[in-house]
Design a protein around this ligand. Structure first.
Ligand code: NAD
Length: 441
């Protein structure tokens, strides 16, 4: 089938590449000319495992194309996916200006009956509004059906998720259009759940809000474990054995980040507020997360009360491993606070340093390896559990006067750390204290 995908970010590009891989003829459109030129040459503008290889192979097989021209992309296209951003407004609501612009672009450029599939995460009622905008602005007498098809991929495993997702949700009020979308997706072999448009829109927000709730819940438990001397990892394993709870998303740490959970939780609070519903539980989840991002700083300041002039290494900058996405990463808040306290910050991340340079304070310095980052540091903070960081050679710390690690992702086994000679603090687990008399406090 001939398909157009509007927006080539993490969702649009992965969607376009995956649809071409299962045999469709796909044109991806973006307004960012530099990005499109890069993709035309087969270079992916984002890091996502497996993406570059599939992208190149489908370009070579002439099933995948890129353009900035909506007219060219929509020519003879039966189905158009909307995958542009829906970032956060200052009040937490979803900013729909990109989605609404695409609706106008579609209305001005379609010459045949078309199914429009919304992948972007949009508040309940938005797809009906997209339908209205398109119908109001149509320049040709054609029929357009708008369908909700929220995206559930996880950055870091997005390609894998496209082919192995738990479900594809199709929200539609038109069976023929929904049948078409189901047919397009058949080769993925992922179970399809069909529902009405508003419920589909809500499934996306409710799913992200629930996952964020699990994270804030286990983080609260981890803080209580620390005060009582229990170990949150043991607690999570014991809880997860109950099938009603499940063992996923029970990893304590420094909170959730990224381009989805922070904005989608706040947007759902707004969506509820618009119909005079006070979503108290979710407000708590958001507040807990805000607090949790800073717990490493509290732990550090307890050990080194004055950070002025101290060299602090940060290992891991991306909001999670296997992505270069820095949006809402804990490293943004933490590095800013450290710089404010007068510390010297040396950061290392295997993939996201280029993106980080345009986002973090300009005083942050960047190291080309873990070894360079931690050399002569007064403390090392771990913010992202990349494999490279989890498998770090702990002997690297041995030459230091007083090795101190504060780990926001519980990367190391506590028992192993006991014999390492390193003072080690993690999240929700007993600390490993050192007998080294050079201890700071
Ligand atoms: P992104 O910011 O990475 O990419 C959006 C792209 O759209 C940009 O390249 C931008 O240039 C382009 N764009 C904007 N207006 C355009 C227009 N009029 N025509 C063509 N291109 C245009 O966004 P993303 O992270 O891929 O997210 C897209 C949507 O999917 C959001 O609603 C998001 O909430 C949702 N989502 C994201 C994820 C994720 O993990 N990133 C997962 C599920 C759902």
């Amino acid at each position: 089938m001939k398909i157009a995908v509007v927006g080539t970010g993490y969702v649009g590009l992965v969607t376009g590449v995956s649809l071409s891989e299962i045999g469709h003829n796909v044109t991806c459109i973006d307004i960012d000319l530099a990005k499109v030129n890069k993709m035309k040459k087969g270079v992916s503008p984002i890091y996502e495992p497996g993406l570059s290889e599939l992208m190149l192979s489908n370009i070579e097989q002439k099933r995948l194309f890129f353009t900035t021209d909506h007219k060219e992309a929509f020519k003879d296209t039966e189905v158009i996916y909307i995958a542009v951003g829906t970032p956060e407004n200052a009040n937490g609501s979803a900013n729909l200006k990109y989605v609404e612009q695409v609706a106008i672009d579609i209305a001005s450029n379609v010459y045949r009956d078309t199914v429009v599939v919304t992948k972007s995460t949009v508040p309940v009622g938005t797809n009906h509004n997209i339908q209205r905008i398109i119908e109001k602005n149509l320049i040709n007498k054609v029929k357009v059906d708008v369908i909700s098809n929220p995206e559930f991929l996880k950055e870091g495993s997005a390609i894998y998720d496209s082919f192995n997702g738990d479900r594809i949700v199709i929200g539609s009020e038109n069976d023929e259009a929904a049948d078409k979308l189901e047919e397009i997706n058949k080769p993925f072999g992922v179970p399809v759940y069909r529902t009405d448009i508003k419920s589909a829109e809500m499934i996306k927000y409710a799913s992200n809000a629930f996952l964020a709730t699990k994270i804030s819940f286990i983080n609260e438990i981890s803080n209580i474990c620390e005060l009582l001397g229990a170990n949150v990892e043991e607690v999570a394993i014991g809880m997860g054995l109950d099938q009603r709870i499940g063992n996923q998303f029970l990893k304590a740490g420094i909170g959730y980040g990224g381009s989805c959970f922070p904005k989608d939780t706040k947007a759902l609070i707004q969506i509820a507020g618009n119909v005079d519903y006070d979503f108290q539980l979710l407000k708590g989840v958001v507040n807990v997360n805000r607090k949790q991002q800073k717990i490493l700083l509290n732990k550090l300041e307890e050990r080194i009360p004055s950070l002025k002039g101290k060299k602090i290494a940060i290992l891991g900058l991306a909001f999670k491993p296997n992505t270069d996405d820095m949006r809402e990463a804990a490293s943004i808040v933490i590095s800013k606070e450290l710089i404010k306290s007068g510390a010297r910050v040396i950061a290392y991340d295997p993939i996201s340093m280029e993106n980080a340079k345009s986002i973090l304070d300009e005083k942050v310095e960047y190291a080309s390896s873990i070894e360079d980052a931690i050399a002569e540091s007064d403390a090392t903070l771990i913010l992202t559990e990349w494999d490279e960081i989890k498998h770090i050679d702990l002997d690297l710390f041995k030459s230091m006067e007083y090795p101190l690690i504060i780990d926001g992702r519980n990367c190391f086994d506590i028992n192993k750390m006991k014999n390492s000679g390193i003072e080690y603090h993690s999240v929700g687990r007993p600390s490993v204290v050192s007998t080294n008399e050079k201890a700071y406090v």
